[in-house]
Design a binder for this molecule. Structure first.
Ligand SMILES: [Zn+2]
Ligand SMILES: [Zn+2]
Length: 102
């Protein structure tokens, strides 16, 4: 998924309505301002255009990804602790963890 752009002109309707543009667009169709990269979640203008989200939203998304990974490790209820063990000791620990869970 690509990044999105928005109008950086705060008095522009596009900006107020948080209308987004494709990365390939260069200018706002309403006011003609140069488009800026904006956060996909909150429309904050991005200072770092290598990211799709602002720092705050990025942290939120990373958090979610992290949790998903731990759940995907098949640990279920004890996801946090067991996930940590697997990361540290590898597959052997996974077998141990299975035994513990019984
Ligand atoms: Zn505009
Ligand atoms: Zn954001």
């Amino acid at each position: 998924m690509g990044k999105i752009k928005g109008c950086g002109n705060e008095s522009c309707e596009t900006h107020k309505k948080k209308i987004t543009y494709k990365e390939s667009e260069a200018f706002c169709s309403k006011c003609g301002s140069l488009l800026v990269y904006v956060c996909k979640d909150c429309y904050t203008q991005l200072s770092d255009d290598t990211e799709k989200y602002c720092v705050r939203c990025l942290a939120k998304h990373e958090d979610r990804k992290d949790k998903a990974k731990k759940v995907a490790a098949g640990a279920g209820g004890g996801a946090l602790a067991v996930g940590g063990i697997i990361l540290t000791y590898g597959k052997k620990a996974l077998d141990v963890a299975k035994k513990i869970k019984g």
